[in-house]
Ligand binder design. Structure first.
Ligand code: NDP
Length: 281
């Protein structure tokens, strides 16, 4: 077998983040900071996989002795298919962002939900239980967080998406049939208000405004955009309508901390790392 990613530091446990594009990824900096903080001897590299070459890239990493990898856009669904076993509830999410390369095969996890929930409940000190929650979007990121939001027992959870049938498909995956979420389009939001609104669409990447009414932001609403690094049109609209606004940097660091814990059995401290990455932006 080829050792395509062979490096001289074979004594280190090696990890990677696989995506396309990947150059922008902050994950190597985050895991480097975690490793330093917890005295773990690991390496962590960004790996660009060809759009039609995710599986071959993962096989090369395994052949080269890597212990695991994070997976980012657009490969989370392929990582799910490639996993030989799945952590609890990942089978419902349908997307994998953390893989362990073990003797029994590839074990797939999804830490996005944990990352988001930790950021909202701990870093932003906002309870989800009993709140009216709106999830905007029904792509990979929304899939990854949907079940974990339901676990937190919101008063209601509405998934609004441009393509209605994708929102419907997502809510039908609810692990708890007694606590079903509702699916709708953006047009259906006119008479509703929410305490927590999470933008899991990719509109921030293209600076596109969402067709959502100004009236959806309840008094004291937390408006959370999974995008990070700059104010998105959603964040601007939320701020102008009196909401508390947060970007997705905390989620990024928290989901990475969960992956680090899964791999290394040590939970890193996240506040200083969130600050470190924010200062670099
Ligand atoms: P996907 O491509 O899987 O999904 C995109 C979603 O955005 C779909 O729901 C799509 O709707 C919607 N969308 C795209 N364009 C528009 C538009 N013009 N108007 C309305 N809706 C639109 O992307 P992901 O789910 O993987 O990622 C979404 C975002 O979350 C990205 O910005 C990503 O960077 C961020 N993210 C952040 C993380 C973090 O740790 N902070 C972790 C994971 C993701 P439709 O179904 O109709 O096409």
């Amino acid at each position: 077998m080829t050792d395509k990613y062979a490096k001289p530091f074979n004594s280190l446990d090696r990890y990677a983040v696989v995506g396309n594009p990947i150059a922008h990824s902050k994950s190597p900096l985050i895991h480097e900071a975690f490793a330093k903080q917890t005295n773990q001897d690991i390496s962590y590299e960004p790996i660009l996989a060809p759009l039609d070459g995710f599986e071959a890239t993962v096989r090369d990493l395994i052949a080269s002795g890597y212990k695991g990898a994070n997976v980012t856009v657009p490969f989370k669904f392929e990582a799910f298919q490639l996993s030989t076993s799945l952590a609890p509830q990942v089978d419902l999410a349908g997307a994998v962002n953390t893989m362990i390369f073990s003797d029994i095969g590839i074990i797939g996890h999804n830490t996005d939900g944990d990352g988001l929930v930790r950021d909202i409940t701990q870093n932003l000190a906002t309870n989800i239980e009993g709140k009216r929650v709106l999830l905007l979007g029904a792509g990979g990121a929304a899939e990854g967080v949907f079940q974990l939001l339901l676990v937190k027992k919101p008063a209601k959870l509405v998934v609004a998406n441009r393509t209605y049938k994708k929102a419907l498909r997502l809510v039908e995956k609810s692990f708890d049939k007694a606590r079903r979420a509702e699916a709708c389009t953006f047009d259906d939001l006119n008479d509703q208000q929410f305490d927590i609104i999470i933008n899991a669409t990719s509109t921030g990447l293209t600076d596109t405004a969402l067709p959502i009414p100004n009236t959806i932001f309840a008094k004291g609403c937390l408006a959370y955009d999974m995008m990070y690094g700059r104010e998105t049109p959603f964040m601007k609209q939320a701020r102008e309508n009196g909401a508390q606004v947060a970007d997705g940097l905390g989620m990024l660091v928290e989901q990475a901390a969960e992956a680090f814990y899964i791999w290394r059995g040590v939970r890193p401290e996240t506040q200083s790392v969130i600050q470190l990455i924010r200062n670099l932006a």
